[in-house]
Design a protein around this ligand. Structure first.
Ligand code: B12
Length: 197
């Protein structure tokens, strides 16, 4: 059952208010409610979107690592062929998709979300992300974009995961005590998810 990505919608609210233009691609949603990644046409659709939008930064919201079988047959086949722990993590499926995405743009890739926060190093290394955020992203994501835009060093940003000397460094995340200090969640895209039920 696809979940409305409310964490991503929170970030969307903040980014919109900051003046940046954001485009959300719902890659797990497709006709018949099935995973789209291994269908024949996802590469063409993605290429069109990236060519049109030309992103300066690409963010990925990783919600679940385990426990959600969007396409049971595919998941089972992968786990049978690859009898290791990685094969039952969603990163195993996401790798091909992100690898293809990488071939379309040189923009930095930034991960976040509850799954990323549980296993930041796995996501960073296995998926080849440039940066990521452990925990809440409302403030930190824009701080990173601002630092990268103005070529300031990023190593002091709370919650940030980044590569250094072949390892992945993760900073302690910033706890946001009062969410009302931030713009509200952007609910514009909720209707896509309501349609599924
Ligand atoms: C609420 C909740 C649910 C609700 C979901 C409602 C919804 N529309 O999302 C319900 C009850 C339906 C649910 C169901 C399930 N859940 Co649940 N759920 C949660 C819970 C408690 C909170 C998630 C949440 O909404 N947080 C609030 C939002 C605003 O925060 P957020 O998503 O983390 O986003 C923030 C950051 O992560 C970050 N961020 C997010 N995206 C991005 C992107 C970028 C680029 C950046 C920079 C930052 C960023 O910034 C956001 C704002 O601060 C978490 C535990 C937790 N504490 O996170 C478990 C959790 C996500 N669920 C989990 C699981 C396992 C499930 C189920 C599989 C359970 C089951 N067996 O059915 C199902 C899966 C449903 C599905 N199809 O995905 C696990 C996932 C763990 C894993 N290893 O995969 C978690 C982590 C709980 C746990 N500790 O085990 N869940």
């Amino acid at each position: 059952m696809p979940m409305a990505p409310i964490g991503l919608f929170m970030i969307n609210g903040c980014v919109k208010e900051s003046g940046y233009t954001i485009k959300i691609l719902h890659v797990l949603i497709a006709k018949n409610n099935e995973i789209k990644l291994h269908s024949d046409d996802y590469k063409d659709s993605l290429k069109k979107e990236i060519t049109r939008f030309k992103p300066d930064f690409v963010g990925f919201s990783f919600r679940n690592m385990l426990g959600v079988v969007v396409n049971p047959a595919l998941h089972h086949a992968l786990a049978e062929r690859n009898k290791n722990l990685l094969a039952i993590c969603s990163v195993f499926i996401e790798k091909e998709y992100i690898g293809y995405f990488r071939s379309l743009t040189a923009a930095p890739f930034i991960g976040g979300g509850s799954a990323f926060s549980i296993a930041p190093k796995l996501h960073m290394k296995h998926l080849g992300l440039d940066y990521g955020f452990v925990g809440e992203g409302e403030e930190s994501f824009l701080e990173l974009v601002d630092h990268l835009d103005s070529e300031k060093p990023v190593d002091g940003i709370a919650g940030l995961a980044y590569h250094q000397n072949g390892d992945v460094i993760t900073h302690e995340n910033r706890f946001i005590a009062d969410l009302s200090e931030h713009p509200p969640m952007d609910i514009g895209e909720f209707k896509r998810y309501r349609r599924l039920f």
